[in-house]
Design a protein around this ligand. Structure first.
Ligand code: SF4
Ligand code: SF4
Length: 82
């Protein structure tokens, strides 16, 4: 699954996501949070645990699918078998 991980400016480098993530996506180096989003397995735990709600994990494949279905519905095309 392809994901994109956004970390907002409210991050205070508390290390909770770094300690929690089961696949080591997060690493705090000095005063910055490094994100290896290609490792993410989309468990969403970091989003839930971040005390300042700085993290957003978005599944790109699902986004594309939702956009495709919405476009088909808007055009009146049949969705059967898609
Ligand atoms: S849990 Fe949230 S505030 Fe803490 S280091 Fe991670 S992104 Fe930053
Ligand atoms: S969603 Fe799960 S696997 Fe992905 S970065 Fe967050 S804690 Fe790690």
């Amino acid at each position: 699954m392809r994901v994109t991980i956004r970390v907002g400016p409210s991050c205070n480098l508390c290390r909770i996501c770094e300690e929690y993530c089961p696949v080591g996506v997060f690493e705090i180096v000095g005063r910055s949070l490094h994100v290896k989003q290609e490792l993410c397995i989309y468990c969403k735990g970091c989003e839930v645990l971040c005390p300042v709600k700085a993290i957003e994990v978005v599944a790109l494949d699902e986004d594309l699918e939702i956009s495709r279905v919405t476009a088909l519905r808007g055009s009146g095309s049949a969705l059967i078998g898609s």
